[in-house]
Design a protein around this ligand. Sequence first.
Ligand code: DC
Length: 232
Amino acid sequence: MAKHRITIAIDGHSSAGKSTMAKSIAKELNYVYIDTGAMYRGATLFAMKERLIKSNVIDIPEFEQALERMYLSFRYNPNTECSEMHLSGVNIEKEIRTMEVANNVSLVAKIPAVRTKLVAIQRRLAEGSGVVMDGRDIGTVVLPKAELKIFMTADPEVRAWRRLRELKAAGKEVTYDEVLENVLNRDRLDSERAVAPLKQAEDAVVIDNSNLTMEEQYVFMLNLAKKRMEEV
Ligand code: DC
């Protein structure tokens, strides 16, 4: 029987491994992968470059005006085999992964005008099917009709260790305590914000990967996707 191409929404806590899994599943199924966190990080870098964030406070009215000139786009890099984030045509993929951006992103992600702009782009990118999109509000707000919704989580300490390893591998000077603080802080801000807070969609499959290997999660998720492709 021919399999249908479906839309897969992956939400969950920060550093739960959403993008690693989403990328692998998309590659295996030959689907498009869309990293919405990269878009919020891109918007944050834009606000920083415009000097609209000072001491963790953002000038919201100025930022709302500046949004008109914020051009974020994904461009495929054949060397990394990934779509990378660009701001006004300049590759910002590395810059958006720094702790400075991570520490400011919740300020930007809670602004309704930013979410409206980015959600519209995300829905456009997901038109058609054969898409894996990850973020915080994909199954609840952006793509509520997604055929498969997954909510990924893990203990904060496990997530902090994983993130620390990634940052160190990228040559960043950070401590475990700093990373854990950032993880806990983002959990709190993501879950408590008024607009599109992080929450599990009622019809999402929850995966707590604190004690799962990458391979175990991958096989489990791929099987879920294949099952849904047969069902729809
Ligand atoms: O997935 P990430 O850690 O790269 O996301 C960066 C930040 O963007 C995260 O702290 C919350 C925010 N975000 C969001 O508010 N909504 C999304 N759909 C994706 C990310």
